[in-house]
Design a protein around this ligand. Structure first.
Ligand code: AMP
Length: 432
């Protein structure tokens, strides 16, 4: 074995798995289209300040999980993106998208990087799909974003997910709550674990989602965020829930749900999967009305978004047997050569078939007919097309259906006419 290994926390996706990824991505693109979202792609790295400013200096991500480097000794620091919202908002502002329309619906499928301790469901390079609805964050907009996320899960056939909902209120509500939470926790700080004690200073809200049962017991008697919400926050949240009911989406209200990042306000949500172990969050999101201003805009631009981890989605689907039927496109024709001297003819025949959109394979390694047939079957090719001296002389070729074993003798033109209706190009036209 070679001494060269993929970096810990990263992984290769081999051809055997790629069809599952393509399947998921195809559903995402389709559902995003149904909801009128447009794809956005942003650079893999950004200036470090962008993440410090948006995600928040006290969060775990900025505090210890970013891959940061300085390409030039005295140049600006750069960070591999640990999440997408900051980059999308930066692009939105830089590209002055607000000038073209008051509302933008953007989505992405992207690779992210976090220096976390690698474990099941936690990698250092991972993928997310997500959406950002920028320009409005009305309860309708929030419900639309959640609806799109849940439709992706439903269309993929995923079951057993739990949608948890909470309202974080506006910045003022949250400040009052954080003050009350601190006042409650400070006298108890000796009972807190080290992690929670650290958070008490920097980001006490995060103590609410501690997995430690002793901390959970302390939190059980803590002041409730809900009691600090203003009337409009409560009203908005109730509307969101009402729209979810209209969409027949079930959810639970979880008063302890807080999101890790600083820029969230009002509705926050998370989806967990019972198929995952300790890292059971499959995705989450919420409103982030203040982010644009934080990044230098003159005024707030309301926005709402979510992100779903694709590796965890894939694990869930695998456990539910939803990937067994997903296979890569098999070849339609395997051109079987009687002898290798005729290879130039196979080159020409494959070329003619492929130009007509018919997926065609030929042997590139000078193997025996028997070996070629074995490979055609292994690849689940639909037909074998036999090329020998006589066939070339008469320009009539045996086309064998590899499922029924029926064989017809046809010219290349006739073969094309027979298979073209099932070809890639005709499928594309009928999809459009
Ligand atoms: P977050 O941006 O932390 O809310 O993450 C959103 C989703 O991305 C999570 O629910 C996970 O599904 C996924 N995710 C986050 N961090 C990782 C990671 N290190 N490895 C794999 N998936 C992750």
């Amino acid at each position: 074995m070679s001494q060269y290994r993929a970096v810990k926390g990263t992984r290769d996706i081999f051809p055997g798995e790629i069809s599952s990824w393509n399947h998921i991505e195809k559903v995402i693109h389709r559902v995003a289209g149904l909801y009128g979202f447009h794809e956005i792609r942003t650079p893999v790295f950004e200036y470090t300040e962008l993440f410090q400013r948006s995600i928040g200096a006290t969060t775990d991500i900025v505090g210890k999980e970013m891959f940061t480097f300085r390409p030039e000794e005295k140049g600006r620091s750069i960070t591999l993106r640990p999440e997408m919202t900051a980059g999308v908002m930066r692009a939105f502002i830089q590209g002055n998208l607000a000038a073209t329309s008051p509302v933008h619906k953007l989505y992405y499928i992207a690779e992210l990087f976090r220096k976390e301790r690698p474990q099941a469901g936690r990698q250092r390079q991972f993928s997310q799909f997500g959406a950002e609805l920028i320009g409005v964050s009305s309860p309708e907009a929030v419900a639309e974003v959640i609806g799109m996320m849940m439709q992706v899960f439903a269309d993929l056939g995923v079951t057993g997910l739990r949608l948890r909902m909470n309202s974080l209120g506006d910045v003022k509500d949250r400040m009052h709550y954080i003050k009350a939470l601190r006042e409650y926790l400070e006298p108890l700080s000796a009972l807190l674990d080290e992690h929670s004690r650290e958070r008490l200073d920097k980001n006490p809200l995060r103590i609410l989602d501690s997995k430690n049962p002793e901390i959970q017991a302390i939190i059980a008697d803590a002041p409730r965020l809900h009691d600090f919400l203003g009337a409009s926050a409560i009203d908005d949240f109730e509307k969101v829930l009402h729209y979810l009911d209209e969409k027949d989406l079930s959810y639970v209200i979880d008063p302890l749900l807080v999101r890790g990042l600083d820029y969230y306000c009002h509705t926050a949500f998370e989806v967990t999967s019972s198929e995952l172990g300790a890292q059971d969050a499959i995705g989450g999101g919420g409103q982030y009305d203040g982010l644009a201003k934080q990044l230098g805009c003159k005024s707030d631009i309301p926005a709402v978004g979510f992100a779903v981890g694709l590796e965890r989605l894939l694990i869930t689907m695998e456990k539910q047997g939803l990937l067994a039927h997903v296979t890569s496109e098999r070849p339609q024709v395997y051109v079987v050569l009687q002898s290798h001297e005729l290879v130039a003819h196979a080159v020409g025949i494959c070329d003619a078939l492929r130009k007509s959109g018919i997926r065609s394979i030929m042997d590139l390694a000078g193997r025996s007919m028997k070996a070629q047939m074995r490979e055609a079957n292994k690849m689940s090719a639909a037909y074998a097309l036999f090329v020998g001296q006589d066939e070339i002389q008469n320009q009539v070729f045996g086309l064998k259906n590899l499922v029924t074993s029926e064989q017809d003798f046809l010219s290349i033109q006739q073969i094309i006419e027979r298979l073209e209706p099932f070809s890639e190009s005709s499928q594309k036209t009928s999809d459009e």
